[in-house]
Design a binder for this molecule. Sequence first.
Ligand SMILES: Cc1cc2nc3c(=O)[nH]c(=O)nc-3n(C[C@H](O)[C@H](O)[C@H](O)COP(=O)(O)OP(=O)(O)OC[C@H]3O[C@@H](n4cnc5c(N)ncnc54)[C@H](O)[C@@H]3O)c2cc1C
Length: 363
Amino acid sequence: MTKPTQSGTILDNYDLSKNNTMALSCTASHAMILDNADTLADDIRLAIDFAKHRQLATFVLSGGSNVLLPRRLDALVLLPRLLGIEVLSESDDGITIQVACGENWHDFIKTCLNHGWYGLENLALIPGLVGASPVQNIGAYGVQVSDFIEKVIAFDLADGSQISFDNSSCEFDYRHSFFKDNPNRHLISHVVFKLHKTCDQVLTSYGDLSTVSGDIAKAHGRNTPHPCDVFDAVVQIRQAKLPDPNVLANCGSFFQNPIITMADFTRLKATFADLPSYPIDDDFIKIPAGWLIDKAGLKGKGIAPILTHQKQALVLTNHAPYIATQDDIATAQAFIIKTVFERFGVTLVREPVWVDEKGTTPT
Ligand SMILES: Cc1cc2nc3c(=O)[nH]c(=O)nc-3n(C[C@H](O)[C@H](O)[C@H](O)COP(=O)(O)OP(=O)(O)OC[C@H]3O[C@@H](n4cnc5c(N)ncnc54)[C@H](O)[C@@H]3O)c2cc1C
């Protein structure tokens, strides 16, 4: 059961400064918290009517860990906060659960492990809420959430109808989905996951996860890592290199890893012999944006208050919580893109969602 607060009420001049992990100053002209499952469909219809009447866009905001908000947002911001985890079916090997959009992602994984439901442990410590997880098909350490999603239940924000998307209709791809390609069109209310109940399918081949989870397993007297060991290892690795948004405001990886042609790669490699790479196919290859920023001399630098992180140059951090604005981000972003281009001839592309004053999301 969800515990209603002011679900379905239109709130004016709503402060979102503490609802985005980059800690950008932002006030929405209108907002609506959706935390009551019983009135959800009616509340969404009311929101749609209100927005149409005022000629406002609707914008869905969950944990705010992948968005860059403007100082003033003239839109109706929908804040989905439904809670609840329901078991739909279960066998000896697996379980299917329906999870409400407002559950905290990391806490949800902990709950799964406590119940003996496995698979999502590699995705520990990714900030945000469950409802946002399908949008960019979150992924880490060789796992993406789409591997475990059976269904996504959403409301169409044009007419308020409810739609159920099976895995293939979500059009999942690397950090992509139908929902990302069609921004502001749906509000995801629930995600249905299919998880393992056996603990022999851990995936530890990515980076240093094998060593760290192996050490943790040994310390527990196990020969091979249990999913809980993998969870602990992921937390340990991430805490060592990524800033905690509750301590230092940031929105994770700020730039996508560029995919360049083999010809460009050969040209770069002639000058920068240590340039790392991840082959895509015969014609294209991926190179790490963090490496380019670091080698361009920008680790720990930027344009104050927005600086790259000392331990991971791919992460932009805000050193002026609740004072910085989207303009500060734009300035630092332009400086980094220009510096990297001048050094390598490669154009970096931003990853987090840029939200403009009208609540739309230009690329
Ligand atoms: C320190 C840090 C580390 C991170 N590490 C990773 C990582 O390893 N892997 C990774 O993939 N990502 C990572 N991220 C990015 C981010 O955490 C994820 O994209 C996360 O899923 C965003 O969730 P959120 O609730 O904060 O969404 P928000 O930032 O609120 O929203 C993101 C987008 O999804 C839409 N949206 C949100 N909720 C809904 C909904 N219920 N229905 C419809 N649309 C919705 C929004 O409109 C917006 O376009 C990281 C971020 C940080 C700050």
